[in-house]
Ligand binder design. Structure first.
Ligand SMILES: [Zn+2]
Length: 394
């Protein structure tokens, strides 16, 4: 009797427990539906993009850059791949970050933006990191950026010259100007480049200062003469970069931007004193269109050949890229000459302002990536967040 009673009680309790847990399930399901409903409006791609929360003065050296890139990789595993394209003279990694929606398998256009080929021009590297963060944080909420990462691969190399960045030096650790070491119009005195090498095998000679000569013979030798290396691609950094770009060529490589400071300009080829071929009419039209768009929509300017700032350079990365792959290749000089690290007195100030000035340029190129690859008019306007572009500094 007791046994039966206890069986009945157990059965009764089981029923109650089941009923409670079942009703709990329903409740949980209802809650989930409610949660989904509250979540849905945020998933819609109608949000304006927001800006990375950066602070003035917070720059990223080699180790800071490495940490930030790894942080992106951890936070956005489906959007980010971080890898090294090779090593510097001192064995530092030349990091590259690829940003794309890895879940979409369509054929994608790719593009490459790099910074700090001149190691003391920090802001070029910062601009790559800033763009990376801007794209990543707005994916999935902003339609334009989501579309960009669904259909293209954005490759960024923040520190082309990691040894130079760490030493705050223009040159790599062999004393060579990497942006004179490419195989185009190589080693021309009129392109501010000659092989200088090492004196007695010991003292590195990175440049000869001809600024005094310039006063007497202004047209003879422009600016300073930089060490271009003994032959094109003599340096591990430029070799790694050349080989990486050749791999991108098979991947619908669409445009390239080589970032510097501080001449406040955006330009296409040629910087070479002796261009190897003439730019076709259609190519020139596209270069002019893009450069003029930047001049009209941002604070950056076109290069005027008559201006004091203008001078020819040989062995440059962007000229070589255009020659080699025949894709739109640009030189982007961030900041203004007042902030130039090499010639100017001021350096590294107003970081957030300068980062915001780069976004319209990069977003313009990214929304037009397919036009650029096909040499069609890049006439799509990029939607931009509030305050961008910012008011120019006084
Ligand atoms: Zn530079």
């Amino acid at each position: 009797m007791n046994k039966k009673l206890s069986q009945i009680i157990t059965l009764f309790l089981c029923c109650i427990l089941f009923a409670i847990s079942f009703s709990g399930c329903i409740e949980q399901k209802q809650k989930l539906e409610e949660f989904k409903e509250t979540l849905l409006p945020e998933v819609k791609l109608d949000q304006p993009s927001i800006l990375p929360d950066w602070k003035d003065g917070e720059y990223h050296n080699y180790f800071g850059t490495t940490k930030m890139l790894n942080g992106f990789n951890d936070k956005y595993p489906d959007l980010v791949d971080v890898f090294s394209i090779g090593k510097s003279v001192l064995g530092k990694n030349i990091w590259c970050i690829r940003i794309t929606n890895e879940k979409t398998n369509t054929r994608k256009s790719s593009c490459l933006i790099d910074g700090c080929i001149h190691g003391e021009e920090w802001e070029g590297g910062e601009a790559c990191l800033y763009l990376a963060e801007y794209l990543l944080m707005n994916f999935g909420t902003n339609e334009t950026i989501t579309n960009i990462l669904n259909s293209s691969e954005v490759y960024l190399i923040p520190l082309f010259n990691p040894d130079g960045r760490q030493d705050d030096s223009r040159y790599n650790d062999n004393g060579i100007d990497l942006n004179r070491n490419f195989d185009i119009d190589f080693g021309r005195i009129r392109g501010t480049a000659i092989p200088l090498g090492k004196l007695f095998g010991r003292i590195k000679i990175p440049y000869i200062d001809t600024s005094r000569l310039n006063k007497w013979f202004p047209k003879l030798v422009p600016w300073r003469l930089f060490n271009c290396g003994r032959h094109p691609f003599s340096e591990p950094e430029t070799q790694a970069f050349r080989d990486f770009e050749r791999e991108l060529k098979n991947d619908d490589f669409s445009f390239y931007v080589n970032c510097h400071t501080a001449w406040h300009t955006f330009s296409g080829p040629w910087d070479a004193f002796k261009p190897p071929f003439e730019i076709s009419k259609q190519e020139q039209y596209i270069f002019d269109y893009a450069v003029n768009w930047v001049a009209e929509n941002t604070e950056y300017e076109t290069i005027e050949e008559e201006s004091d700032v203008y001078f020819k350079c040989s062995g440059e990365a962007s000229d070589w890229c255009f020659k080699e792959f025949r894709i739109p290749s640009f030189g982007f000089e961030l900041l203004s000459v007042d902030y130039d690290a090499f010639y100017g007195e001021k350096k590294h100030d107003h970081l957030v302002h300068w980062m915001e000035t780069t976004l319209p340029v990069f977003m313009y190129l990214l929304v037009n990536i397919d036009n650029l690859r096909q040499w069609k008019t890049p006439d799509i306007q990029p939607p931009l967040p509030d305050r961008v572009p910012p008011e120019p500094l006084k």
